[in-house]
Design a binder for this molecule. Structure first.
Ligand code: ZN
Length: 334
């Protein structure tokens, strides 16, 4: 079962799933984030099969027990799929009937009951609120896997109840792998550059080989590592640096986004194995202890907001001050 098509390269996520299953630490709700074609469904199905298997081995489905055989036939009574209707929406009624109420009925076999919600980012606020009650107090046997192209559309309350598993788009991963294997680029630089270059090896390589980018990244990574200790005055001290790197502000914002996403991954998986900033693993682990998860989600929202504001021709100096105040808020609120 080791080479299911489409999962090549998702080693970090698979390792996390395997160890959670082996250690009996399976959560009741997972948010599997990835672009179209990144392997979300394949991953969710494999995870579900493992969860339902009667004799999983090292966190993998055995492929031989009754449950696995029925699963492979596509008719497992404890496997439920919730798919958007023709209009591409997931109406409240659908979530209520097919998930919230259905999950209360005991499983057919003695094991778990698994729900895969496809295109879960299409759930409107009301549907998410209905789902929230279930993932807050799920029956012991229930596991919900939400598949989404982005976590942005989710309410913070829903996001914070889910373990986030993030699948890099194939192109991003392939670009990074190519930079490492063919051009001897350091893995953390390769991952950062490929995140910027929309699938272009050439562009990513140009960036990775640019001394300017490597230095820019180094400078800002050190700042991000210290951010958790900065109060508002300290954060406003960054405005000079933002002014100096004005020509590269998009890269700085993207790097900051990657930083906070890495923090989320550490919070939700308990390890730095899946992080992009592998060279900052220690700083990430240290920062994690000082944030709470809702705070990190809020910062990611701030960065998205900052991106939008920047594209609307704002006064740069004012924008910098606004951003730094937003980013410093958590230390002043405590
Ligand atoms: Zn089995």
């Amino acid at each position: 079962m080791n080479n299911i098509n489409g999962l090549v390269g998702h080693d970090g996520v698979l390792k996390h799933i395997r160890s959670a299953v082996s250690a009996g630490r399976v959560s009741h709700a997972y948010l599997i984030e990835g672009a179209e074609g990144s392997g979300k469904k394949t991953l969710a199905n494999r995870f579900a099969m493992t969860l339902l298997c009667k004799t999983p081995q090292d966190g993998e489905p055995c492929g031989r027990c009754d449950s696995c055989r029925v699963f492979l036939s596509g008719n497992h009574p404890d496997m439920h799929y919730i798919r958007p209707g023709e209009k591409g929406t997931l109406p409240v009624q659908m979530i209520r009937d097919e998930l919230v109420q259905d999950i209360e009925v005991l499983p057919y076999y003695e094991g778990r009951k698994v729900y895969i919600v496809e295109n879960a980012h299409m759930m409107k606020e009301q549907a998410q609120n209905v789902l929230l009650k279930t993932i807050e107090e799920p029956p012991a046997y229930g596991v919900v896997l939400l598949l989404a192209e982005s976590v942005q559309n989710f309410l913070p309350t829903v996001r914070s109840r889910c373990v986030l598993l993030r699948l890099l788009p194939l192109s991003e991963r392939l670009v990074a792998q190519t930079l490492v294997s063919q051009y001897q680029v350091a893995p953390e630089i390769a991952a950062s550059c490929s995140a910027f270059c929309g699938g272009s090896v050439g562009q990513a390589l140009k960036m990775a080989q640019s001394e300017e980018f490597v230095q820019l990244r180094g400078r800002w990574m050190q700042r991000f590592a210290g951010m958790v200790r900065e109060d508002m005055v300290g954060m406003l001290g960054w405005s000079m640096a933002l002014e100096e790197d004005k020509a590269h502000i998009q890269e700085v914002l993207r790097m900051m986004m990657i930083w906070f996403r890495d923090l989320l991954l550490v919070m939700e998986t308990g390890s730095t194995g899946q992080c992009i900033c592998q060279d900052m693993a220690e700083a990430l682990s240290n920062s994690v202890r000082m944030y709470d998860i809702a705070e990190v989600y809020r910062k990611i929202d701030v960065l998205n907001d900052a991106q939008r504001k920047l594209s609307h021709n704002v006064n740069y100096a004012l924008w910098c001050d606004w951003l730094l105040i937003q980013l410093s808020k958590h230390s002043t609120q405590r």
